[in-house]
Write a protein that binds this ligand. Structure first.
Ligand code: NAD
Length: 375
C-alpha cells in the first residue's frame, strides 16, 4: 500500500497529516510512504526528516502517482489531485457542508473520500478523533492569545507597590476546547467561571476549580445527549441565558467562547450591548468565529475592537500550534489506518459495515454514499 502525504494548499494551514514518527510507524506496518516536498515546512519538519524516516519526497504528481491512500489535513480540490488512480482513498478534514462541490468532485474522480471530522464518538475511535485532538489545543491557545492581548496580568500579585488583582475569565461552551481553556486559565492564576447548556458539564467545571454559571429556571440539556453534542435551545432558554450572561459578563476581563452545534451555525452568545458593559481593555476570544461566531462583531482572521473590547477571531486556532497539532492529527490518522490494517495483505481494509467506516466514508465507486449528504 502506497500512502501519499500532501502539502497543504489551503490558506492559513501550516499543519501536516504525517510526521516522521507516523511515517516510521506506517513503514513498520509494511506501507510505502511518499511525501510532497515542503509538506512539513509549516510545522518545522524538513523534507530531510521525512527521507530519514524512510519516505520518498517528491513533487505532487510523483507523490500521488499510484497512491492507494492520500492523507491531508484539509481536503484538496479534486482537480488538485493530478493522476490520482481510480479507487484511491483520501482521508482528511473534508468539511462537506461548507463545500459540497469538492465532495462531488472526489466522487467524479473515482476517489473514496473519508472525512476525519465525521469520526463517530465511540470509545474505540477516541484515538482517531481529530475534533478532540485539535479542539484541545485550540482551547489552550485561546487563553494564551487572550493573555497576550490583555494589558494586565492573570494571577493575583502582592507586591511592595500594591496588589494586582487576578483576571476574571469566563468560558462559554465547555466541550473539549472549553475544558482545556478552563484548565489553562486556572494554571495562569485567573479566577475562572464557565457555562454550557449541557448539565453534565457542571461537575466537570467544578472539578477543574472553576465556578459553574448555569440557567436554573429553564431546562437545559440533561445528561450527555446524542454523542455528547448540543442542539439548538428553545427561545425561552435563550432569553434566560442572555439575562444570566448580561449580569455576569460586565464583571469579566476575559471571555473565551467555544460553543458549537453540529451542522448548524454557531449560537450567538454575546451581543453588542453585553460587550458595551465590559471594561475597556477586556478581551474576548471567539473560537467559533469560522462557524458564524458566538460574538456579535467578531471577524474571521481579525481582531476587532468594539466598545474598547478586543474580539480575537483567529482562523484555524489549532494551526497556531502547528507542530503539536500536526503531531496529534498525524497520530489520529495513523490510528485509523492501523485499526483496519490487514497484516497479510500489508494494506488497510476499510470494511464497509464497520461503524467507523460508515461514519466517515463520503464517496465510493463514483457516488456520494454518506447518509448525511443524501437529499
Ligand atoms: P462542540 O465543539 O460541539 O461544542 C462546544 C461546547 O459548546 C459543547 O460543550 C456544547 O454543549 C456547548 N454549547 C453549544 N451551544 C451552546 C450554547 N447555546 N450555550 C452554551 N454552550 C453551548 O463540543 P465538543 O468539544 O465536541 O464536545 C461535545 C461532547 O462530546 C462533550 O461532552 C465531550 O466530552 C464529548 N466527546 C466525546 C468523545 C468520545 O469519543 N466519546 C470525544 C470527544 C468529545
Amino acid at each position: 500500500m502506497k500512502i501519499a502525504v500532501l502539502r497543504e494548499t489551503a490558506d492559513a494551514e501550516p499543519r501536516v497529516a504525517a510526521t516522521p514518527e507516523t511515517v516510521k510507524k506506517f513503514i513498520g506496518l509494511g506501507a510505502t510512504l511518499a511525501v510532497e516536498a515542503g509538506a512539513g515546512a509549516g510545522a518545522n519538519i524538513s523534507d530531510a526528516a521525512y527521507t530519514e524516516a524512510g519516505a520518498t519526497v517528491g513533487d505532487r504528481a510523483a507523490t500521488i502517482a499510484d497512491a492507494d491512500l492520500i492523507i491531508g489535513v484539509q481536503g484538496p480540490a479534486a482537480a488538485d489531485l493530478p493522476g490520482v488512480k481510480q479507487g484511491a482513498m483520501l482521508a482528511a478534514i473534508l468539511s462537506p457542508f461548507a463545500d459540497r462541490a469538492r465532495i462531488d468532485g472526489y466522487a467524479a474522480a473515482g476517489v473514496t473520500a473519508m472525512a476525519m471530522e465525521f469520526m463517530p464518538r465511540i470509545t474505540r475511535a477516541q484515538s482517531m478523533d481529530v475534533l478532540s485532538s485539535q479542539s484541545n489545543l485550540a482551547g489552550y491557545k485561546a487563553v494564551i492569545d487572550a493573555a497576550e492581548a490583555y494589558g494586565r496580568a492573570f494571577p493575583m500579585m502582592m507586591t511592595a507597590a500594591g496588589t494586582i488583582s487576578a483576571a476574571r475569565v469566563f468560558v462559554m461552551g465547555v466541550g473539549v476546547a472549553g475544558l482545556q481553556a478552563i484548565a489553562t486559565a486556572r494554571r495562569l492564576g485567573a479566577l475562572v467561571s464557565a457555562t454550557d447548556v449541557r448539565s453534565a458539564t457542571k461537575e466537570q467545571i467544578e472539578s477543574l476549580g472553576a465556578k459553574a454559571i448555569f440557567v436554573e429556571n429553564v431546562k437545559g440539556i440533561e445528561g450527555e445527549g446524542s454523542g455528547g453534542y448540543a442542539t439548538e435551545m428553545s427561545d425561552e432558554y435563550k432569553a434566560a441565558q442572555a439575562a444570566l450572561v448580561s449580569s455576569h459578563i460586565a464583571k469579566q476581563d476575559i471571555v473565551i467562547t467555544t460553543a458549537l452545534i453540529p451542522g448548524r451555525p454557531a449560537p450567538r452568545l454575546i451581543n453588542d450591548a453585553q460587550l458595551a458593559s465590559m471594561r475597556a481593555g477586556s478581551v474576548v476570544v471567539d473560537l467559533a468565529v469560522e462557524s458564524g461566531g458566538n460574538v456579535e462583531g467578531s471577524k474571521v482572521g481579525e481582531t476587532a475592537v468594539v466598545h474598547g473590547v478586543k474580539i480575537i477571531g483567529h482562523k484555524n486556532a489549532a494551526g497556531r500550534l502547528a507542530a503539536d497539532a500536526s503531531a496529534l492529527y498525524s497520530r489520529n490518522v495513523f490510528n485509523l489506518v492501523n485499526a483496519f490494517w490487514d497484516k497479510d495483505a500489508k494494506a488497510a481494509a476499510f470494511t464497509a459495515d464497520d461503524e467507523i467506516v460508515k461514519g466517515i466514508k463520503l464517496t465510493e465507486g463514483g457516488k456520494v454514499v454518506h447518509e448525511r449528504l443524501s437529499a
